[in-house]
Design a protein around this ligand. Sequence first.
Ligand code: IMP
Ligand code: ZN
Length: 361
Amino acid sequence: MEWCFAMPKIELHAHLNGSIRDSTLLGLAKALGEKGKIVFSEFEHVILNHDRSLREVFKLFDLIHMVTTDHEIVTRITKEVVEDFAAENVVYLELRTTPKRNDLVGMSKRSYVEAVVNGLRDVSTVEVNFSSCTTGGSLNPVCRNNACTGTAKKKIYVRLLLSIDRRETTEAAIETVKLALEMRHLGVMGVDLSGNPIIGEWVTFLPALKFAQEQGLSVTLHCGEVPNMEEIRRMLEFLPQRIGHACFLGEEEWKKLKSSKIPVEICLTSNVQTNTISSLDVHHFEDLYKSKHPIVLCTDDAGVFSTSLSKEYSIASSTFGIGKKEMFHLARNAIDFIFAGDGVKEELKHIFDSAALKLDL
Ligand code: IMP
Ligand code: ZN
């Protein structure tokens, strides 16, 4: 569907390393194989197999972590991911990533995030607005790409969320929140809780997430990827600013979610590929959409699941019989759920309204 590609879109649930280009991942794995650090043929098979369970997806993430070893690679992946989203008319992107420490290459959580920010600066195909200090149309002085030359180019707003991995300790999670607070001026808007859903306990992360909210950061949680009702209930009681997935909610949790009005980041392809949802026709998107619960379509891991935001819109439209104009409204409604401030929201409304006229939406 050409119009799904052409219309402006907002992406709020995209993991940086899960959005890596296949070709980049293959190239990096090959280079590591040539250095004798991995057996390339074993990994080639994993990368090229696109039908993965949730367990296999996390295996692939371990591989991705092995190849994304240094700052230059993190910078390159970030640049490519932003360029790929911008190329399909994503106008606002909240990119999340887990700050990683790698003593072998002198990488700290902070230098990891700085490498990500350098990737935003390196983008050349599109104008990137990434600092929350940027107001109105004025441009960030630290911006090195074409945005600073004043040339009229396609524009994308990018904001960052730092992820807490469920493998982490309370102390490590608090360290990530502190880092997010220190890097607010570089467009870090909040924190995410993600990682293998069968690992870790809610009480471990709660102090860090509470601290984040107290300090004015926004919080989004991977919620209900597995049927852990106790955790789902506690997550909803915490009142995060958004949640991702919401697949395994029981009747009581479902009621709680609906009355809370917490926006849900919906990742159709990801849910089906990881068998979190058995098939699209029974996906909870339909119920949430019909009951006008706040929802936003997202990719989760565009690289790992071989998808794109345009594809997700196209799938939703054809599966649930939603027309072009309604899909446009669905995309535009996401403005209300972004973590950036009112200035950016106003600019996005303007972008969507001009596109509506131009594309007859
Ligand atoms: P990164 O944080 O940029 O390294 O992105 C990859 C990471 O995102 C993975 O290692 C996981 O921790 C997390 N992730 C990606 N997809 C999912 C998901 O579906 N559920 C939970 N965590 C995920
Ligand atoms: Zn996710």
